[in-house]
Design a protein. Structure first.
Ligand SMILES: Nc1ncnc2c1ncn2[C@@H]1O[C@H](COP(=O)(O)OS(=O)(=O)O)[C@@H](OP(=O)(O)O)[C@H]1O
Length: 405
């Protein structure tokens, strides 16, 4: 709608200016040709002889004719070319009917044309209206009458940090009906005061029928977030990747240690007083693993049916299985299957044959799937003991036994 208005304004301005210039020229010429006119130009005009005046009148008539025939033909050609483009696109996408946007999205994705960014152009001025990331499919779909626009997310990957949230996002966004914000937006925990308009602006362009997704793992553990998400959309779908809390804590620590050279050992930070008897439940990497505690807050606002729990361990062992569950949960056709994945023995993780961003086989970045430091087996055992009752509570709340040791 906004775009239409801008296009219309551009067109009116252009036409208005042309008309104004044209009227000015006509008025000047008429004043010149009017015998006995006492306007300020008349003295100059009286110097023009009669045959020249006739010539000027003929010229003016010709100009008027050219102007009108140009406007008419431009209009005609425009509408012919638009209908040709539309029928070409329909053939290209083999759409069953004009408004079948889901089929359009899927077919367009099958075109597999890769451009990292593209601009939407104003059809009359030729100037870019907005830059969008995506592929030429959006330009084609726009010509088809399906205008890409930004929407607030319908689905959020809310956590849990270091459980495989990036892998989940990269895998699910292979689906042509899923479009996701590339980086973590942190709207509900850090930027909430900026408002929903700001948030929407950080979302990718989608067409009707596509799901908008965002992942920020800290949402799961931030107190205010469940209520805020509920206020945005009580029907939001929430994806939660969980992993054995002990491995998760070590992964969290490994990431922190990679940024700080003089970081204490994991065992020193996870326990109070240097012995393995008292677990430091205030230390972030340990605290986050008490999943049941955070889940209870979410369940105050959302029914279990709107939450899907994904096993971080299974996402590594059998990504197609977990992605299959996610597609079912989101009401999507199972498009992402085992054909999309291969196991990279060097990395030790599943990788992708191709994705929206790259058409060659690739793995997640080097910050995903790091080598963990050696941790004392007694410390690990003590932590397992600590988490056991919380894990059982979590199994009870979710109705899933993740079988963590
Ligand atoms: N396919 C694939 N490739 C690489 N890594 C994978 C994959 N699937 C899951 N994982 C696990 O994801 C862990 C990182 O989790 P997150 O993406 O949630 O981390 S973050 O919270 O966004 O920082 C990461 O943790 P670390 O092994 O500690 O690096 C991985 O174990």
């Amino acid at each position: 709608m906004e775009q239409k208005l801008v296009e219309w304004m551009g067109w009116s301005l252009k036409t208005g200016l042309a008309a104004a210039v044209y009227v000015c020229v006509c008025v000047c010429v008429c004043v010149c040709l009017c015998p006995g006119s006492d306007m300020f130009v008349s003295s100059w005009c009286h110097n023009v002889n009669l045959s020249s005046r006739n010539l000027i009148i003929a010229l003016l008539l010709c100009l008027t004719l050219v102007y009108f025939s140009y406007s008419f033909n431009a209009c005609l050609l425009n509408s012919i070319s638009r209908s040709l483009q539309q029928s070409n696109l329909r053939n290209l996408l083999a759409l069953p009917q004009r408004n079948d946007s889901k089929a359009a999205a899927a077919a367009a994705a099958n075109l597999q044309l890769n451009l990292s960014s593209l601009a939407i152009y104003n059809s009359s001025t030729g100037l870019p209206l907005a830059r969008i990331d995506g592929a030429p499919k959006y330009q084609l779909l726009r010509q088809q009458g399906l205008r890409p626009s930004r929407h607030l997310p319908d689905t959020l990957i809310i956590g849990v940090k270091k459980s495989g949230t990036r892998a989940l996002l990269e895998f699910i966004r292979l689906h042509p009906d899923v479009r996701a914000a590339g980086s973590e937006v942190h709207f509900f925990d850090r930027h909430y005061q900026r408002g929903l308009r700001w948030y929407r602006h950080h979302m990718p362009y989608t067409i009707e029928g596509q799901i908008t997704m965002e992942k920020t793992p800290s949402y799961f553990v931030t107190k205010e977030v469940p209520q805020r998400v509920y206020h945005m959309n009580p029907a939001s779908k929430l994806l939660i990747v969980v992993r054995d809390p002990v491995t998760r804590a070590i992964s969290d620590y490994t990431q922190a240690a990679s940024k700080k050279a003089d970081m204490k050992r994991f065992e020193q930070l996870a326990f109070i007083n240097g012995s393995y008897s008292v677990v430091d439940t205030n230390w972030g990497p340990v605290k986050i693993g008490v999943y049941a505690r955070y889940l209870e807050r979410w369940l105050l606002f959302f029914p279990l049916s709107q939450l899907l729990f994904i096993s971080g361990e299974r996402l590594i062992m059998d990504p197609a299985y977990e992605i299959g569950r996610v597609q079912d949960f989101l009401g999507l056709k199972r498009v992402v299957t085992e054909k999309h994945f291969y196991f990279n023995a060097t990395k030790g993780f599943p990788c992708l044959f191709k994705s929206e961003a790259r058409s060659t086989p690739h793995c997640l970045g080097k910050t995903k799937g790091r080598n963990h430091p050696h941790i004392d087996a007694n410390a690990i055992e003590r932590l397992r003991e600590f988490y056991r009752p919380f894990n059982n509570k979590f199994y009870q709340l979710t109705g899933i036994n993740f079988a963590w040791p």
